[in-house]
Design a protein around this ligand. Structure first.
Ligand code: ADP
Ligand code: ZN
Ligand code: ZN
Length: 721
């Protein structure tokens, strides 16, 4: 018997010791008894015999011959568990595709196929009355088909009937390993300009060693082209490339660009993939059958048998940070992984996060800059529109409408951005001023005209639009502010001849639908594009010449210290959608604060300048990236419980001189779904003391009686409050 440590998916910050019949390799899955359940655990190593062996249980079943997590990924998982102070079993489970968490075999299963087992001509008379069966036989006339394909066209009853009569037979086809290297055939690459060439050379000189780069390139400067040319020698040497992109950036256009350049299959991993499809890509990547894998956040866990390079595109994007469970940041993890596997890593963005920019400016990362747009396109001119005292139609000032009219008359496309979906962000009483609010979140309901409902965007509550004010019973209820629905309605009145499309998470559900709309936009089927954030992310709209931001005042006064950075990224990314080589573009920002220094800096000096200035400010005010933070969050139906819990946490963290503590204070969203939310921030100039402190006090925090009564979590390097 060998004592073995197993990480089990339970919310406990430890692994468990079991008895195994043989020595098991770390990273192998086993089925173990746990309480009165059986769980899929992962072997993390041999255990010391110090444990009281009498009480130890036996492993019930060994699920793998070879580890599902290789040495590097397993070590990365253990590091993750330490760094994010998250239960190790849950971390290792998060790293695996759902199917493997459930215990299905890791090796690809052979495909079941069907082929004809009869003379078709004879059956044409014999099966005259069984149309579907005959049709199925005809279907197999030209060769075998796999079960999935055949079942898409014929019911199980038909197939089973034919199997019983032995007119068709089933057989297993082994999954053929793909040899992408033979098909590798780079083609159609443009000559890089001098800045691109410099970047490509720098990256290529760093093959086979840990070398992180920040590729800071203005929108449309050819960053993707740099990725494409930088990975060519990597692929040619037989190594694999993993590319992370934001969820919304994973379009067929992106994938096709890589596929077409190299003529090889590209593995794609995103959240809407079925569990089996995800497992298949995972297996192929692990077995080295894919040269290029493109995926969203969790793709960072994809095993690579011959890793050659990591790329994180739009590295500033918020979607790389997981906001529940294991709250990891995929970009930060990419740095860690590149280090562990000795790989070059490229973080690319037109609007780098202040964290990455700081690492580049302090020379921890190589800094590659692309300052010009590719193909001679001009940068979008940005203007501020002072709308104080201006008459406003559907959120748009008279002067704004004039500019829009000009662009539309020239046959160009106009993009109108508003950060609210729905009809209006609030419904209020014209008589007493009372706002209709969600009781559970204490925030105004958003009015949705399409189905005459009020929606709470924080908890999802829905209710009919009331006729009367709940406070004074006046029946004069009016909407306040503008959302996408209202803009759509207004613009169709103001510009009846311009075909328009609204793009927000209400109108666009599902990836396919978005992809279809994006294509229709580029075929100029629409002239007015109205939408939310979705429009700002990475798409190229060659016919858009004007971008309008309806309102940027909200973000100027936010209590979140990252709000300015996020607004600057949003505005810059939006501006980047407009203006290609043949059509110069312009952008207008409507505001009541035209002199605001942030807006002035952004519009006159651009993101690069704004961001460097922003870093100085962060340094002066002692904020990340110059300080490390950890957030304790708690929420409860009774506010005192959440607050008291965090006060107790605060006293448990006493006595660490190098750690500053802020709070507990209410979260930015103070109440959600009927629960009051509080936050306690621990902050330090050094990570070391923070981690030591967490390590020391978490067991005591977990043991607090209130810990069982409130919902609480630890978030290392939090990005929202
Ligand atoms: P980014 O990723 O920075 O947005 P892309 O790589 O998509 O930029 O490039 C923008 C456009 O310019 C694309 O249509 C691309 O094909 C083109 N392009 C990029 N580099 C070059 C180059 N060196 N010569 C000509 N066209 C280029
Ligand atoms: Zn009222
Ligand atoms: Zn609500």
């Amino acid at each position: 018997m060998v004592l073995t440590d197993v990480a089990v998916p339970v919310p406990l910050r430890q692994s468990f010791t079991y008895r195994a019949p043989i020595k098991l390799q770390p990273g192998v899955r086993v089925l173990v008894p746990f309480g009165n359940r059986r769980l899929v655990g992962i072997v993390v190593g041999e255990a010391s015999a110090v444990q009281a062996s009498g009480k130890l249980k036996d492993i019930a079943e060994i699920l793998d011959e070879h580890p599902v997590l290789n040495g590097t990924l397993l070590r990365l998982g253990l590091w993750l568990s330490q760094y994010y102070h998250h239960p190790v079993g849950e971390v290792l489970h998060t790293m695996l595709p759902v199917k493997l968490r459930q215990g299905v075999p890791c090796e690809p299963e052979p495909e079941t196929c069907y082929r004809l087992n009869c003379e078709l001509a004879e059956q044409r008379t014999a099966l005259k009355r069984a149309h579907r069966q005959l049709a199925c036989l005809e279907h197999l006339r030209d060769g075998a088909q796999n079960a999935v394909q055949l079942k898409a066209s014929f019911s199980p009853a038909v197939i089973n009937a034919l199997l019983e009569k032995q007119l068709i037979v089933a057989f297993d086809k082994a999954v053929e390993p793909q040899d992408w290297q033979q098909n590798l055939n780079p083609n159609g690459q443009p000559v890089p300009d001098s800045e691109q060439a410099l970047a490509i050379t720098a990256i290529n000189q760093s093959a086979n060693r840990f070398a992180p780069f920040l590729l800071e390139g203005v929108t449309g400067s050819g960053k993707t082209e740099v990725y494409l040319q930088a990975i060519e020698p990597v692929l040619k040497s037989g190594k694999q490339v993993l590319i992370l992109v934001p969820e919304i950036g994973l379009t067929p256009q992106t994938v096709n660009r890589f596929r077409n350049r190299f003529g090889i299959e590209v593995g794609v991993l995103h959240s809407q993939l079925s569990d089996s499809a995800r497992l298949r890509v995972w297996q192929q990547a692990k077995d080295g059958e894919l040269g290029i894998i493109i995926g969203t956040r969790s793709a960072i866990f994809t095993p690579l048998c011959r890793p050659g390079m990591l790329i994180v595109d739009e590295e500033h994007d918020e979607s790389f940070k997981q906001q529940d469970g294991l709250r990891y940041h995929a970009r930060d993890l990419a740095v860690r992984r590149a280090q562990a596997e000795n790989l070059p890593l490229v973080l690319g963005s037109a609007t780098p996060s202040l964290e990455s920019l700081n690492n580049a400016l302090t020379k921890r990362y190589g800094h590659l800059q692309l300052t010009r747009r590719a193909g001679g396109a001009q940068t979008t001119r940005q203007h501020i529109l002072d709308i104080r005292d201006q008459p406003i139609n559907y959120g748009l000032a008279e002067g704004m409408l004039t500019v829009m009219r000009q662009h539309l008359e020239q046959g160009n496309q106009v993009l109108v951005f508003v950060n609210r979906r729905g009809y209006a962000p609030a419904l209020l009483c014209h008589h007493c001023g009372d706002t209709v609010t969600c009781q559970r979140c204490e925030r105004p309901f958003t009015v949705h005209r399409a189905h005459q409902r009020l929606h709470c965007h924080h908890c999802g509550a829905v209710k009919p639009v009331p006729r009367q004010c709940g406070h004074c019973h006046s029946n004069e209820l009016v909407t306040a502010g503008v959302g996408t629905e209202q803009l759509e309605q207004g613009l169709s009145r103001l510009f009846p001849n311009a075909p328009q499309v609204r793009i927000d998470s209400d109108s666009v559900r599902g990836k396919d639908k978005l992809d279809g709309i994006l294509e229709a936009i580029n075929q100029q089927k629409f002239q007015l594009l109205i939408g939310t954030q979705i429009l700002s992310k990475g798409h190229h709209f060659p016919h858009v010449t004007l971008v309008v931001v309806v309102d940027c005042d909200g973000a100027l006064f936010s209590a979140d210290f990252r709000a300015a950075e996020k607004l600057a990224q949003l505005v810059t990314q939006l501006a980047g959608r407009a203006g290609r080589a043949s059509k110069p573009g312009e952008m207008w920002l409507q505001t009541h604060n035209p002199q605001h220094p942030l807006l002035q800096d952004l519009v006159n000096n651009g993101y690069a300048h704004f961001a460097r200035h922003g870093l100085l400010e962060r340094q002066c005010s002692g904020l990340p990236p110059f300080q490390s933070q950890v957030a304790f969050r708690a929420e409860a139906i009774q506010a005192e419980q959440a607050y008291d819990f965090l006060c107790q946490v605060r006293s448990l963290t006493d006595g660490e001189a190098e750690v500053q503590r802020l709070g507990p204070m209410p979260s930015l969203l103070e109440k959600r779904q009927g629960r009051f939310r509080f936050i306690l921030i621990l902050q330090s100039g050094q990570r070391g003391p923070l981690h030591r402190l967490l390590h020391r006090c978490l067991p005591a925090v977990t043991a607090l009686p209130l810990a069982a009564r409130v919902r609480w979590s630890v978030d290392v390097d939090p990005t929202d409050f």
